[in-house]
Design a protein around this ligand. Structure first.
Ligand code: ZN
Length: 179
């Protein structure tokens, strides 16, 4: 299912709502979030650039994340299939990762890919691409930024001894119009 009736202006407006929401959530969880340990920085430095690992913060959501208020507006507009925030493992708000479940290295890796995506494209662009990807694909799983993060996470999990540069992968995906 996709939403061809939504024009660029509406998508722009939605992206604005999403950006504002992301900034608010970042502000809410920032104070209780902690950085990666020295050992984790060491481990992930085989994949991520130092600025991404330095800035990333992690906060456990207690209680679990709730769906954003703007879901009401989206549902009124006929947009269905919205992912339930309670059911996701974690969500990254710029550089603050808020997790519903205990963190594992693959989850950390996946969310760090999002931190890198935000770092390279900026909040406005990330929100715009994220919402556009959702509307085009019709589901959370089809969002290209998510697909790319999942793909890299799977590569990381499958071949732990073979590091690669997420910075390069993300830059090339942007240049190729894949995300
Ligand atoms: Zn993700």
């Amino acid at each position: 299912m996709s939403f061809p009736f939504l024009n660029d202006q509406v998508i722009q407006m939605m992206a604005g709502m999403v950006s504002k929401y992301i900034e608010d959530q970042r502000g809410k969880y920032e104070a209780s979030a902690h950085p990666l340990s020295a050992g984790q920085v060491q481990h992930f430095s085989a994949y991520f650039p130092a600025p991404t690992l330095d800035r990333a913060r992690f906060a456990h959501a207690v209680p679990k994340l709730k769906n954003p208020d703007f879901y009401l507006q989206l549902r009124v507009m006929g947009i269905k299939n919205l992912p339930s925030f309670e059911d996701v493992a974690a969500i990254t708000f710029i550089d603050v990762v808020v997790h519903n479940v205990p963190l594992t290295d693959p989850i950390r890796f996946h969310e760090l890919v999002h931190v890198e995506q935000y770092r390279q494209m900026g909040l406005e662009e990330f929100s715009h691409r994220y919402i556009k990807g959702f509307l085009k694909g019709g589901s959370y799983a089809q969002i290209p930024l998510e697909k790319h993060a999942r793909e890299l996470e799977e590569r990381y999990a499958a071949e732990p001894g073979r590091p690669f540069s997420v910075e390069t992968e993300v830059r090339e995906a942007i240049a190729a119009g894949l995300v």
